[in-house]
Design a protein around this ligand. Structure first.
Ligand code: IMP
Ligand code: MG
Length: 188
């Protein structure tokens, strides 16, 4: 009985009265992270890289990704916010800026998810203004139906339809980031 309850709890979660159901397993996530890491390792052989993780959502993906990266690299963080609840606000605020000198550096932005692309667009403007040598984007999740920008997404872990998801760093109004699997909003 206890086992059944545990299983049940693992399939559905309720946050702020919204029900989320199991969607992407730890194993699928791990495979996607490895595939992205392998591509980056291959592409950047002999090159130094600065990874810039976009907080808060990408903390878990970034940690797992970097453990699989075998390049000489630095890691830094930028904190952005564009979401209130499950609706994008369209306004991107840079909450913690980048303090380091990125001039002439090869940069890879690490995102949990690319949705409309507003965050990425704002970030690439910031990187260009800092005179980086190159900028690429690695994201665990990508919603192609929601993406409205032209900037290429260089490394995609998993493409998903236009669903609201949480877990593995992604939140719903602050909750759910600690879950090791990814869940999606259940429609009634
Ligand atoms: P964009 O600027 O619309 O591309 O949104 C990017 C940011 O919005 C991501 O870094 C996430 O923090 C958040 N976001 C977008 N879609 C979701 C989702 O399905 N669940 C949780 N957060 C999301
Ligand atoms: Mg968020």
């Amino acid at each position: 009985m206890e086992e059944v309850n545990k299983m049940y709890l693992n399939i559905f979660f309720t946050f702020h009265n919204a029900v989320f159901e199991s969607y992407i397993s730890e194993n699928e996530i791990n495979n996607a992270v490895s595939a992205v890491a392998n591509k980056i390792n291959e592409q950047y052989k002999e090159q130094d890289v600065v990874f810039i993780a976009v907080l808060n959502g990408s903390f878990m993906f970034c940690a797992d990704l970097l453990k699989k990266i075998n390049l000489k690299c630095e890691v830094s963080f930028v904190k952005m916010k564009s979401y209130e609840g499950t609706e994008t606000t369209g306004k991107i605020n840079e909450l913690i800026g980048l303090s380091e000198d990125l001039r002439g550096k090869a940069v890879i932005l690490v995102e949990d998810i690319v949705d409309t692309g507003n965050t990425l667009e704002r970030l690439s403007e910031i990187l260009i203004s800092k005179g980086v040598k190159s900028a690429q984007i690695a994201t665990l999740l990508y919603k192609p139906e929601a993406y409205k920008k032209k900037i290429p997404i260089d490394y995609v872990g998993i493409e998903i339809p236009n669903e609201f998801v949480l877990g593995y760093g992604l939140d719903y109004d602050g909750l759910g980031r600690n879950l090791s699997k990814i869940y999606k909003l259940k429609h009634h």
